[in-house]
Design a binder for this molecule. Structure first.
Ligand code: AKG
Length: 331
């Protein structure tokens, strides 16, 4: 076996790119005729190793004024050899038709406390975050009991006449049925005794009375709830919602309703993220359901089960969804 090494170098981006061509051929090939030598030469060229040699000394930067013309010609740093079919590249600056708008940075709320998240024509939107509302041992026990003993089932919803299974399990408690996404959860007054105890504790902490409860079970990272507001007419105006989380942490996201002139475009709206941990109580108050939407998105990391209990007050005299501009809710 015989090896030949041919080294070719040329400047590229401030370094010297060096290409080593390792020619390897069997001794007997040298005994073949001239046409075979051409073939073996082609095969030899196919064995290529690239490597970087030491950097070139720095090139002096061009000095002088930037030309006034709106066309800037940027020659490529190391023009390729003639015959490559690529010459100078032209970039033309054009004034953007619309002023450039920044997408607001998403804010994260991690510390417990009271937050005024917006002041709008509908009023002040408020959040209250209480970590450790249930101490860890109590939260563990409550989670296991509710997971095992609540009548969890998967609801079928409808979007544009098409049926789809909700990506989570639910159960509903209240004297009134609860309708959303064109399907109804029947009234259910058979409150689990543990839920009655939790409702009393949440009422005491919040100073609000609740007569209904939506229970959600997110089985794993693939379960979710889409963007929506809890703004059904039956919940009354500026409803207070108390949301207790148990089990694995999931991110609760909020996004502001866009102004009417945005035509339902959420690109530039304010956004918030709240990691909701085991035993945490989140209160949504004031105009939050008018001016914001919320969701729990699917995740790409493994997640264990999570239960969320949202306590609400339903008014029998009001029924049906509240009309709203923008996109339909996606429960
Ligand atoms: O799981 C959560 O934290 C949110 C549940 C929710 O948005 C709802 O029940 O309307």
């Amino acid at each position: 076996m015989q090896f030949d090494v041919v080294t070719q170098s040329w400047p590229l981006g401030g370094s010297i790119c060096e290409l080593k061509v390792t020619a390897c051929f069997n001794q007997f090939q040298t005994n073949r005729g001239p046409h075979l030598d051409v073939m073996s030469d082609k095969r030899q060229r196919a064995r290529v190793q690239g490597s970087w040699a030491k950097p070139l000394p720095k090139q002096p930067r061009p000095t002088g004024a930037i030309p006034n013309s709106s066309t800037v010609v940027i020659p490529s740093a190391n023009p390729p050899p003639a015959g490559w079919g690529v010459g100078q590249r032209m970039f033309e600056y054009q004034q953007p038709a619309k002023p450039v708008r920044d997408v607001p940075t998403e804010k994260v709320i991690e510390m417990g406390g009271d937050y005024e998240i917006s002041h709008g024509p509908s009023g002040v939107s408020r959040l209250r975050l209480i970590h450790g509302f249930l101490p860890p041992e109590e939260a563990d026990w409550t989670f296991s009991k509710l997971l095992a003993e609540l009548p969890w089932s998967q609801k079928t919803n409808y979007r544009q006449g098409e049926a789809y299974e909700e990506p989570r399990l639910t159960c509903w408690y209240g004297e009134l049925p609860y309708t959303y996404a064109h399907s109804t959860l029947d009234a259910n007054t058979q409150w689990h005794p543990l839920l009655v105890t939790l409702r009393c504790a949440v009422e005491k902490a919040s100073g609000h009375r609740f007569n209904s409860l939506m229970c959600n079970l997110y089985r794993n990272c693939k379960d979710s709830i889409g963007w929506h507001s809890d703004d059904e007419v039956a919940l009354g105006t500026r409803p207070t919602i108390a949301s207790l989380s148990l089990g694995d942490m999931r991110v609760f996201s909020l996004r502001k309703q866009p102004a009417p002139e945005e035509d339902g475009d959420y690109t530039y709206v304010e956004r918030l993220r709240i990691p909701l941990t085991h035993g945490t109580l989140l209160m949504m108050e004031g105009a939050t359901q008018d001016d914001w939407q919320h969701s729990v998105a699917k995740e790409y990391h493994d997640r264990g089960p999570r239960i969320n209990l949202t306590f609400r007050t339903m008014y029998p005299e009001h029924q049906g969804p509240r009309p709203r501009a923008g996109l339909p809710p996606q429960h």
